[in-house]
Ligand binder design. Structure first.
Ligand SMILES: [Zn+2]
Length: 201
């Protein structure tokens, strides 16, 4: 059975799994709603969430099945997602600009440029920012790489966040310091060849 791991009085998460491949699922207890960051794909995750007696709102980081596989298994009052993810989900509010809302906790939903998946979305709650897989690379011609201009935009967006901790899905160390994540991406960006669109890592 999926286990809920608590971060603070409002924020907790269900850890990612490999079999089936299922992303970390963030859970934020608002005064009115349970806010979910990603839905995972593991059935036991949807069972745990459905067992919580509160209306749910989901923010889906990107369209990959390990992040939204449970979409039709969880009753959602509202969904926030990127335009590309909307193409797969077929419903929800498309996040094109920053969304700020207050549900007893201040919630910030934002578009996050990403080499990993076009139209990624992140979510910031106080000290913590859920980033999904947005800081990860993609594959071109069988090689792992970042799109240089997208990476630059991504670093700019991340630097504007006020959260001290960045939460990266599938990572053994789920909670990382913002400095560590930004420094890692800046190091990759520093290796770019100005003549090339992609940085192979
Ligand atoms: Zn993933």
């Amino acid at each position: 059975m999926a286990e809920i791991i608590r971060i603070n009085d409002r924020i907790s998460y269900i850890k990612a799994s490999n079999k089936p491949l299922s992303a970390d699922v963030g859970m934020i207890e608002g005064d009115g709603y349970l806010w979910l960051f990603d839905l995972g794909a593991d059935e036991s995750v949807s069972e745990v969430i459905n067992g919580i007696n509160k209306q749910k709102i989901a923010v889906i980081s990107h369209f990959h099945p390990d992040h939204m596989g449970n979409l039709d298994k969880i009753d959602l009052k509202e969904i926030f997602l990127g335009a590309n993810t909307f193409g797969y989900a077929g419903r929800g509010n498309i996040v094109e600009n920053d969304v700020f809302t207050d549900d007893g906790v201040k919630i910030h939903i934002f578009p996050l440029p990403s080499s990993h998946a076009k139209g990624s979305v992140g979510m910031e709650i106080g000290e913590y920012a859920f980033l999904g897989d947005a800081t990860y690379a993609t594959m071109k011609k069988g090689k792992v790489c970042y799109n240089a201009s997208v990476l630059k935009e991504e670093i700019t967006v991340l630097k504007k966040l006020s959260a001290r901790y960045f939460l990266l899905s599938h990572n053994e160390k789920f909670i990382k310091s913002r400095e560590e994540v930004i420094a890692g991406l800046e190091e990759i960006y520093s290796k770019r060849d100005p003549k090339e669109a992609y940085i192979f890592v």
